[in-house]
Design a protein around this ligand. Sequence first.
Ligand SMILES: *[C@@H]1O[C@H](CO)[C@@H](O)[C@H](O)[C@H]1NC(C)=O
Ligand SMILES: *[C@@H]1O[C@H](CO)[C@@H](O)[C@H](O)[C@H]1NC(C)=O
Length: 339
Amino acid sequence: MKGLAHALALVALLAPSKAALRFGCSTVTIQRLDPVVEPGNTPSAHLHQVVGGNAFGPVMNGDIGEQGSCTTCTFSEDFSNYWTAVLFFKHQNGSYKRVPIMENAALPAGINGGMTIYYTQQDFNTNGKQHITAFKPGFRMTVGSPMQGADGLTKHKGLRFTCLENKNTRFPEISDFPKQACKGGLMTEHHFPACWDGKNLDSPDHQSHMYDTQPTGFAAGAACPSTHPVRMPQLAYETLWDTTQFTSMWPKDGSNPLVFSFGDTEGHAYGTHADYMFGWKGDSLQRAMNSSCMFTACENGKPLKSQSVAEMNKCSAKNVVNENIDGWLDALPGRPKGT
Ligand SMILES: *[C@@H]1O[C@H](CO)[C@@H](O)[C@H](O)[C@H]1NC(C)=O
Ligand SMILES: *[C@@H]1O[C@H](CO)[C@@H](O)[C@H](O)[C@H]1NC(C)=O
């Protein structure tokens, strides 16, 4: 018995650690399209900022990894699409302006807007020893919802904001829009659930095929439940919004001028949402998850192919919805004036 326990402990110790990915993707389009929640709608209800493969469009089916010709992500085999709502500044005179996206300080210089994408497992600093099953072609999911009630705050510990002192600020994470202009801008964080039901590539609400066991942010997730037994990569997005150019126009009366493109003015982090459409080529994501690399060490064919910032920035998705989204606007794109 003692010998067996000892042998099992040794096996556990020798089990190879698994990969964790963190990489930048520049903006591939900012458009009113949503192939997951509103397939076929041109335009969709509200504006999204999107990164990843250039096959992004109103309707997306099949193996996205085999569609499109380029990606805005560092890893050139990743044709997935990642998107969130867009942040606007509402001037006291009633006009709106889109808040530009700035690149993360942790990434190579020159990335055009975009997001930082994570496929982690145990926690932020450690890649774990558990087997991670990569998403499959056709897989998609969303996290958060503009319809969420206040229970979203406890249900979605992975949806948060950070008021940036500078681009490296990470704490504290806050659950509502900041009460004042932040010196270095605002970061939004979207952490997705990582336990899969093992059967469905999607579900009617785009969420119930997945289950979240992460206590908060980049912390280690608890074991997956029997209803959703398959451990997948812990996917997360960070978006840095350059609110600093609006600081001089910030309302003096303490009212909140920030509004998401879906018309939310309360600014509860749990009202934000993010979408994911899997599109890694072939078995590239599984190969990465099986390896032991971490962050930039996974680049240059070890084991993932990567590309330069110039190549990332060159890639863009087709403009299907032609409307003005920049400059001062009378109303949020697709929404009645004043909302
Ligand atoms: C609101 O203020 C901005 C910035 O000064 C200005 O460009 C815009 O035209 C104004 N809108 C209205 C409706 O006055
Ligand atoms: C990943 O690891 C699993 C378990 O060891 C193995 O069955 C699978 O073939 C590996 N996949 C790739 C693409 O390396």
